[in-house]
Structure formats: C-alpha cells, structure tokens
Design a protein around this ligand. Structure first.
Ligand SMILES: NC(=O)c1ccc[n+]([C@@H]2O[C@H](COP(=O)([O-])OP(=O)(O)OC[C@H]3O[C@@H](n4cnc5c(N)ncnc54)[C@H](O)[C@@H]3O)[C@@H](O)[C@H]2O)c1
Length: 411
C-alpha cells in the first residue's frame, strides 16, 4: 500500500501531523495522527474488496477513511471479507455465509467491485454477480442512490455539449430488491409449439413502492425539492400501481414537487436536457439503465459512487448500508495502477453521510476530492490535455494530503 497510515499513535499536542517520507514528491508519505482526546466514536466497517481493480480502489478508500476518521474523532474497525470471484476461488461460493454475517454485524459495508473473465462461463449460481444480488438481498437494502454530478473540473469529459452538461446534478433513486430481477415465476420452458421460451415477472407490492417513494421524497427534500417518478404506466400493471402509490405518498411531502414521466421519454430527456431533473425515482430495471445513462453524462464511471440503503434510513434504526462505486472490476486495467479510485473514495463519503450520519467527515472527503481535481491530477479515464496523468496510488496519496490539509474547495 502506497500511503502508510498509523492511527492512534502516541498523542501529540496538535491533532495530527504530516511527515513527508521523502523530499521526492513521487514517494509515498506517511501520516501520523491522534485525536487529542482519542476517538469519540467507533464504527465497524466491513470491506469487500472483490476482484479486478476492487482491491486497489478499496485500499485507497480505506486509507482515506482512516485518516478522515482520525481527524474527526472517529475510529474505524475494518474487517476485510472475500466476495465475488475471490470468494469463489477461496471457498466455492460468491457470497460466503461468514461474509454476509460480518456485513450484517457491521455499521456499514464498503464494496469494491466483483467479476472477471475467469468466472464468466460459470453456472449462474457460481457467478460473482450472483454474490452481488445475494448481499443486496441479505442486507435488505432496497434503495439505491446514485448521484450523477458533472463537476466543473470535468465538464470536458462529458460526451454531451458543454452547455448541456454543465451544472448537471441528478440523483437517481432506484428500487433495488424487487421488480423483474427478483419476480417469480421466472425461468425457461418449451411452449406448445416446441419453441424454447425465457420468461421473467415484473411485480411490485404496494409496500415496496411506498418505502422507496418515501426514501426518494426524503432525498429530494434535502436537494432541490423536485422528484420525477419514472414508470411505464401506459403499458405495465406494475407501473400503474407504482404511479398510484407514489402519488398517494406525495401527500406526506407537500414541500416536494412531484412529476411523472414514462421511461422511454425519460431516457431521451436525460440526454436532451438533463438539468431539468433533480431527483428521479424508479423501479429496479429502469433504474439500472437510467442511472448508467445519467452516469455517462458525467464523463466517467470511475467518478461515480452509490449508496444502497435499507429501512434504517426511514426509521433511523441501525442496519448497515452498502456503499460501492458504480463501476465494475475493470479487468482490462486491473493490477496496472490505472484505476480511478475517486468513485470509491466518494462512496466512502456517502457511507459517512448516509450510513453513519457523519456529515462533517463526509464533507471533508468530498472537498479533498474536489481539491485534488482542482490541482489538475487525473487518472487515465478522466485525463485531458493540460492535466497531470497519475495512477491509482498517486491519486489516493493526493486525496490523503487534501484530507489532511482540510482544504475547503469551492464546488
Ligand atoms: N458492482 C459491481 O461489482 C459490478 C458492476 C458492473 C460490472 N461488474 C463486473 O465487472 C466486470 C467488467 O465489466 P464491464 O467491463 O462491463 O464494466 P467495468 O465498469 O468494469 O468497465 C467498463 C470500462 O470502464 C473502465 N473503468 C471502470 N472502472 C474504472 C475506474 N475506476 N477507473 C478507470 N477506468 C475504469 C474499464 O477499464 C472499462 O474500460 C464484469 O465481470 C462485470 O460483471 C461488476
């Protein structure tokens, strides 16, 4: 690991100090830190590095969390557990019982990414991706929050024209544990003509719609107060119920402006005029597609975090959320120090904000990311002429320095 951190070492008069390991700026630096009165809060975090670039980006994000915690009076107890392809190689299943148990017993879960060529031809129950569905189901995280924000520093990375992309700030709230990905009946059969048929079921119960709608209204309330519910209510019964329930729940949130849009139109509007959206709420499959589309507007999936939350977000009770970058394991660049760690670092910020309600600590990380981008550092996926190309480790070290110097960059 490039940046070595020593947490809770001998207390010093100042809260922390930075010791450049070498005068050469390319060498890793070490941070010695100790909150003056020791940590006031302790959280246990399950880390699931996974496969491909997963371990690389998780290693960086763990360092950022550690340092941020030490500066904010928080101590993290990290436990790394296998999942995905690495778990398949180790114990033969993509989500070992021990991993799920550790995740359930922690305060929050940070996941890198899973998957890779090696396991692509495995049977479905032995695919790394199956582990992903299992952990979402196991943690009962039904609400997936995916922000797609075009940062001023990266507006050129967008595939859209500057005037369309500039200032985009959309939050997609996707239902994650219901709908066609889980609905039954599902499977394959042979029909009366001897034709092979594959089938799935789009199904939503009212309670599933109500709870995701409430998360979305709560989210919109903290943003610009506008919520667009996306469905296919002109064709699908599940969508007709969706629209009826979302409209009913809106009565609890008179301060939030609700609109409805069909998914085909929403897909078009997202590239035509994305700034019209503040918060979008939609079902599992539409959310899967629309959040990927929204993320592309920002230029790189290497920048985008996500949070998956359960009912604890509505009841303020305990229950770990699952935080992860939206990108996959990028096997094409794995092990080459080319991965952009910022999506995972920003996922760690979402973990602090939405999972632990540690907003100051979250802001410290977000500001450090902006500060690092302001300094012109870029990994390959967001590189443009005139900026400085760095690897995963160097980007991580730069973020650590910014976290440490408590720079507050303007968004
Ligand atoms: N949540 C997850 O763990 C998750 C999500 C999507 C895909 N996957 C899995 O990941 C594997 C690869 O899938 P894919 O290629 O479709 O998607 P991917 O997101 O892994 O990669 C798509 C492209 O984006 C690049 N990229 C992705 N993340 C990057 C980062 N942080 N920095 C720089 N470049 C980055 C990759 O190099 C690649 O060119 C598959 O096995 C897939 O099933 C996992």
């Amino acid at each position: 690991m490039a940046a070595s951190l020593r947490i809770n070492c001998k207390p010093v008069s100042t809260a922390f100090r930075v010791n450049p390991a070498s005068k050469c700026s390319r060498r890793p630096f070490s941070v010695s830190c100790a909150a003056a009165n020791g940590p006031q809060k302790r959280y246990s975090i399950t880390l699931l590095p996974g496969d491909g670039i997963g371990p690389e980006v998780i290693s960086v994000a763990k360092d950022v969390l550690k340092l941020t915690g030490s500066l904010e009076g928080i101590e993290f107890n990290f436990q790394e557990m296998p999942m995905g392809g690495s778990a398949l190689d180790l114990v033969g299943v993509p989500l070992p019982d021990e991993t799920l148990a550790a995740a359930k017993n922690s305060d929050a879960v940070l996941l890198g990414a899973i998957g890779g060529y090696k396991w692509d031809n495995n049977a479905k129950h032995l695919k790394p991706e199956t582990g992903l569905l299992q952990i979402r189901e196991g943690l009962k995280v039904f609400a997936n929050l995916r922000p797609a924000t075009v940062l001023p520093q990266l507006v050129e990375a967008s595939t859209l024209k500057r005037e369309v992309a500039e200032g985009v700030d959309v939050m997609v709230v996707r239902e994650l544990t219901g709908g066609i990905y889980f609905g039954k009946p599902r499977g394959f059969r042979t029909d009366e003509n001897g034709e092979e048929v594959g089938f799935n079921t789009e199904v939503y119960a009212a309670y599933e719609i109500d709870r995701i709608a409430r998360v979305a209204f709560e989210t919109a309330r903290k943003r610009q107060g506008r919520l667009c519910s996306v469905d296919k209510a002109n064709v699908l019964e599940a969508s007709m119920l969706w629209r009826r329930r979302v409209t009913a729940i809106a009565e609890e949130y008179p301060d939030v402006e609700l609109s409805h849009m069909y998914v085909d139109n929403a897909a078009m509007q997202l590239v035509r005029n994305p700034k019209q959206f503040d918060t979008i709420v939609t079902n599992n499959i539409f959310g899967d597609i629309l959040s990927d589309e929204a993320s592309m507007i920002t230029g790189s999936i290497g920048m985008l975090p996500s949070a998956s939350l359960g009912s604890s977000v509505l009841t303020k009770s305990r229950g770990p959320g699952l935080f992860e970058p939206i990108h996959g394991s990028a096997p094409d660049i794995a092990g080459q120090d080319k991965a952009n760690p910022l999506a995972t670092i920003l996922s760690a910020a979402m973990l602090l904000k939405y999972g632990l309600e540690e907003e100051d600590a979250a802001r410290r990380i977000e500001n450090a990311v902006l500060d690092t981008l302001n300094k012109g550092l870029r990994t390959g996926d967001i590189y443009s002429t005139g900026t400085k190309l760095v690897g995963c480790k160097e980007m991580g070290e730069a973020v650590l320095r910014s976290v440490d110097s408590q720079v507050h960059a303007a968004v």
